[in-house]
Design a binder for this molecule. Structure first.
Ligand SMILES: Cc1cc2nc3c(=O)[nH]c(=O)nc-3n(C[C@H](O)[C@H](O)[C@H](O)COP(=O)(O)OP(=O)(O)OC[C@H]3O[C@@H](n4cnc5c(N)ncnc54)[C@H](O)[C@@H]3O)c2cc1C
Length: 479
C-alpha cells in the first residue's frame, strides 16, 4: 500500500480533534494535516453516547470553542445538539476533507533519522508526519466499565450498559433498575421516568448533585441587544471564573460546601426522602465531579414518586430483578448499567522512539500534554473540574505556537527532556478520586511538583504555560 505524508497527524475527530484542525487552519495555514478517526462517524463522545437524555454536565459557553460562539438559549444542551455544534464547526472551517474515518491507529514510531513519525493504521496505508497530535479522548470506546454481578446470567430481562444503548430498546411501561450514581444515572433516571412504570436508581454510595438552570437569564436578556460573539465571551468568562470559584470553595472549605449542597437538595426533594442517606458522599465536594440536575429534573421525579433511590450494596441478580445486601429486592424488567467508563491512555496506541517502546506509566507529563523524551508529540486531556474545551483550546493554541517556532527557527524537532526532577511524583491527575480514575490513572504518565512537569488542572496556570511562558524554557529541547 502507498504511504502518505503530512506535517501533522491529528488522532481523533471528536470535540478536541475538530477544534485542533480549526486552530491549525487559522494559525498555521501552510501546514498540511490529516485527522485519522478510528470510528465510522465523527463527533467522538457526542456521537457514541446515545442513551435517552444524554447531555453535557457543564455549561455550553465554556464547553464551546474559543473561535465559535455558543448562540443558543440552552445552557446544558443535549448530546445531539453538541454533536451538531461540532459538525457545524467542521463544515464552517472546511475540515471535512481532512478527515479519514475508519482509520484506527495502532502504533506510532518516531525515528530521529528523518525526524518523522511513522503511523500505522489498522488495515490501511501507513502515514508519515512531522508532528503527532493526539485528540483521542480518555476512555475505551469498545466497552464501558461492567462490574460482575453474581447471578447476572439468570436475570430474564435485558441488561444494557449505557455506553451501548440499542436504538430499539423499549422502556414503555417497564420496571427499570439503573445501577450507578454518576452523571449518566442522574441524566437517565428523569428521562426514563417519562415512560417507564417505575425507575429505581441503585447506588453503592452517593454523589454530590446540584440543580442547575437549563438557561441563563442574563444571557437571554443580553442576547436581545448584543452580538453572539460578545455574549459568548462574557458568559465564557463568567462560567470559567464561576467553575474555578466553586472548585476552590469546595476544596478549601469542604464542610461549608457540603452543608450548602445538602441544604439545597433537602429543599428540592422534600421531607419524604432521606437526603443525608442518599446525597452525602463519603468524600468531599469536587474530590469527584459534581453532577448537575438540569432544572432539578432528577430531584423532581424523586419527589413526585416517579422514581426512587436506593443506597445499598448489590448482593446478586435474580430472575426478576436485584437482591440487595440489606435483604430488600428491587423488581426489574430491564437493568441499565450506568457504572462508568474504562480509562484508556493515548487511544490505546503504542508509541516508540528510535525503536524503544514508551512505557507511559514510567514517563512524566510535560505541562499535562507532552511526554518526557518523546519528540514532536502533544496530546489533549481536558479539565476534570471545568469544561474540557477550555483546556483543549489552550493546548491547540500551544501546538500552533510550537509549530510556528519550529518553522521560524528551522528546527526539526522539539523534545521535553527529562532532567533531574526528584524521585517524588504524583499521578497524572492529582486529588481526583472517582472509581474509574483510581482503577487506571497509574497507566498515564506521572507528574512532578514544579513547572513544566505538572498537570495543574487550573486554567490560570495553564493559560500562562501554554500562551505566555517562553517556549524555550530550558526543558523543551529544540534541535
Ligand atoms: C457521557 C459524557 C458526558 C460528558 N459531558 C461533559 C461535559 O458536560 N463537559 C465536559 O467538559 N466534558 C464532558 N465529558 C468529557 C468529554 O469526553 C469531553 O467533553 C469531550 O467530548 C472530549 O472530546 P475529545 O475529542 O477530546 O475526546 P472524544 O470525544 O473521546 O473523541 C476522541 C476521538 O478519538 C478517536 N480515537 C481514539 N483512539 C483512536 C485511535 N487509536 N485511532 C483513531 N482514532 C481514535 C475516537 O474514536 C473518538 O472519535 C463527557 C463525557 C461523557 C462520556
Amino acid at each position: 500500500m502507498k504511504s502518505e505524508f503530512f506535517d501533522v497527524v491529528i488522532v481523533g475527530a471528536g470535540l478536541s480533534g475538530i477544534g485542533a484542525a480549526c486552530h491549525l487552519k487559522d494559525k498555521c495555514p501552510e501546514r498540511t494535516f490529516v485527522i485519522l478517526e478510528g470510528r465510522e462517524n465523527i463527533g467522538g463522545t457526542w456521537d457514541l453516547f446515545r442513551y435517552p437524555g444524554v447531555r453535557s454536565d457543564s455549561d455550553m459557553y465554556t464547553l464551546s470553542y474559543s473561535f465559535k460562539p455558543w448562540d443558543s438559549e440552552e445552557l446544558i444542551p443535549s448530546g445531539e445538539t453538541i454533536l451538531s455544534y461540532i459538525l457545524e464547526a467542521s463544515k464552517e472551517n472546511k475540515i471535512e476533507n481532512h478527515i479519514r474515518t475508519n482509520h484506527k491507529i495502532l502504533k506510532a514510531e518516531w525515528e530521529d533519522k528523518g525526524s518523522l513519525w511513522k503511523v500505522t493504521v489498522e488495515n490501511h496505508t501507513t502515514f508519515y508526519c512531522k508532528f503527532l497530535y493526539l485528540c483521542s479522548g480518555y476512555y475505551r470506546y469498545d466497552k464501558g466499565h461492567e462490574p460482575n454481578f453474581k447471578g447476572s446470567e439468570v436475570f430474564r430481562g435485558p441488561l444494557i450498559h449505557a455506553q451501548k444503548w440499542p436504538r430499539d430498546l423499549e422502556v414503555q411501561g417497564k420496571n427499570i433498575a439503573v445501577i450507578g450514581s454518576g452523571a449518566t444515572a442522574v441524566t437517565l433516571v428523569p428521562e426514563l421516568s417519562k415512560n417507564a412504570k417505575k425507575v429505581t436508581m441503585i447506588q453503592r454510595s452517593p454523589t454530590y448533585i446540584a440543580s442547575w438552570p437549563g438557561e441563563d437569564w442574563l444571557a437571554n436578556i443580553l442576547r436581545k441587544f448584543f452580538p453572539a460573539r460578545l455574549i459568548s465571551f462574557i458568559m465564557k468568562t463568567k462560567y470559567n471564573i464561576f467553575q474555578q470559584f466553586i472548585y476552590y470553595f469546595a476544596q478549601k472549605t469542604p464542610d461549608k460546601a457540603k452543608s450548602f449542597l445538602l441544604s439545597r437538595v433537602k429543599k428540592e426533594v422534600g421531607p419524604k426522602i432521606d437526603a443525608e442517606k442518599h446525597f452525602v458522599p463519603n468524600y468531599d465536594p469536587w474530590d469527584q465531579r459534581l453532577c448537575l440536575a438540569k432544572d432539578g429534573d432528577f430531584f423532581k421525579v424523586l419527589k413526585d414518586g416517579k422514581a426512587s433511590i436506593v443506597t445499598d450494596h448489590i448482593d446478586s441478580f435474580y430472575e426478576n430483578g436485584i437482591k440487595l445486601k440489606s435483604g430488600e429486592k428491587v423488581q426489574a424488567d430491564l437493568i441499565i448499567l450506568a457504572t462508568g467508563l474504562e480509562l484508556l491512555p493515548f487511544g490505546g496506541m503504542e508509541l516508540f522512539v528510535n525503536s524503544e517502546k514508551i512505557d507511559f506509566s514510567k514517563s512524566y507529563t510535560y505541562k499535562g500534554t507532552g511526554i518526557s523524551n518523546v519528540p514532536n508529540f502533544l496530546s489533549v486531556f481536558g479539565y476534570i473540574n471545568a469544561s474540557w474545551t477550555l483546556r483543549a483550546d489552550l493546548i491547540s493554541k500551544y501546538l500552533c505556537r510550537l509549530l510556528n517556532h519550529l518553522k521560524s527557527k528551522n528546527f526539526k524537532k522539539c523534545t521535553p527532556k527529562l532532567g533531574e526532577i526528584g524521585s517524588v511524583s504524583r499521578p497524572f491527575i492529582d486529588g481526583f478520586a472517582p472509581g474509574f480514575f483510581k482503577r487506571s490513572i497509574h497507566l498515564f504518565p506521572k507528574q512532578g511538583f514544579k513547572k513544566p512537569w505538572i498537570n495543574p488542572q487550573n486554567y490560570k496556570i495553564d493559560k500562562e504555560m501554554f500562551l505566555t511562558d517562553s517556549l524555550d524554557d530550558g526543558v523543551m529541547d529544540f534541535d
